[in-house]
Design a protein around this ligand. Structure first.
Ligand SMILES: [Zn+2]
Ligand SMILES: [Zn+2]
Length: 310
């Protein structure tokens, strides 16, 4: 489970930062999920080591342009390149209408199944390995934060031991791996738990943007291994954050601290904080670390592995 930041600027792109997009990479199943899709995301994908054919899901937090203007172009390219098997989109109510309107006006016909799911607070997606939930944040448009939880996996299965007990390989091993009790034709009974190491704890990644500080973000991020939270403004510019319903560095750090996350990545920086300005990007990081020391600053193409807890 890895994260690659593809866009870390707020509102408009700069030379070094594109507008919002984060890729969640699931290498073991060859998939990439995107969170937001600002303009230019497909160019960012081309410059990264991600492959467009891995794209299976796109989660849109809200419909401000810097989070969604890259979506239709990307979907069109997925069709023309013939790569996509199927793409599922998740987002607020108006997303389905937006996709339908642009598709109709521009005669976009995707060659692959494309489904738009309107999210409601709570569960958004679930399969054998992952569950994705969302919660409404506090912004000028309806906006949702997303939480991706990897499910707990059974511990290492001790094949040698099963063989030594004379249990025939095959479906019985599968049942033991799942922790079930089995009985052999000769009457001997075994408990799967005796053949499995400790369960492997799943990891959790939470993405909160755009929003001003809100309790919903804290609850959504509770205990996460990695929280990505917007920090559009420096503390000194808090009035701007209040007016535009964005977060300051301190607000993002406060969410991380109150939620008890392991690591915070701040992103979605106002272009006003460029190197050489009175407030520079490094100042934003320093401000956040004063409140939550385990803070890092995202930049475009930064890839981080979400570490497992020991
Ligand atoms: Zn934004
Ligand atoms: Zn916004």
């Amino acid at each position: 489970m890895k994260i690659t930041f593809l866009g870390t600027s707020a509102g408009v792109p700069t030379r070094s930062r594109n507008v919002s997009c984060v890729a969640l990479r699931l290498p073991q199943r060859g998939e990439a999920w995107l969170f937001d899709c600002g303009e230019g995301t497909q160019q960012q994908l081309l410059r990264s080591d991600l492959n467009i054919s891995q794209l299976t899901r796109v989660f849109i937090t809200h419909l401000h342009g810097d989070h969604v203007y890259g979506l239709m172009g990307l979907l069109a390219t997925c069709g023309m390149s013939g790569h996509a098997a199927r793409i599922d989109l998740y987002g607020p109510r108006d997303l389905a209408q937006y996709v339908a309107d642009v598709s109709r006006r521009t005669q976009l016909h995707t060659s692959y199944p494309l489904e738009v799911h309107t999210v409601e607070p709570g569960k958004v997606f679930e399969d054998d390995e992952y569950v994705v939930t969302c919660a409404p944040l506090k912004h000028r448009l309806p906006a949702f934060g997303f939480r991706v939880e990897e499910k707990e996996r059974p511990g290492h299965f001790d094949v040698e031991r099963a063989r030594a007990e004379g249990i025939p390989p095959g479906p019985l091993y599968g049942r033991l791996k799942r922790g079930e009790h089995i009985t052999l034709p000769d009457g001997r009974a075994f408990d799967g738990a005796d053949f499995c190491g400790p369960a492997i704890r799943g990891r959790t990644v939470v993405y909160c943007t755009d929003t001003i500080y809100c309790r919903a973000a804290v609850e959504l991020a509770r205990g996460a291994d990695l929280l990505i939270h917007e920090a559009t403004f420096a503390v000194a510019d808090e009035p701007l954050a209040q007016r535009s319903l964005h977060s300051t560095t301190a607000m993002a750090a406060r969410v991380a601290r109150e939620a008890g996350v392991r690591q915070l990545f701040i992103t979605h920086f106002s272009p006003r904080y460029f190197p050489g300005n009175r407030t520079e990007p490094q100042d934003l990081l320093r401000e956040a670390r004063e409140i939550f020391p385990a803070t890092e600053m995202a930049h475009d193409f930064l890839t981080v592995e979400v570490p497992r807890r020991d």
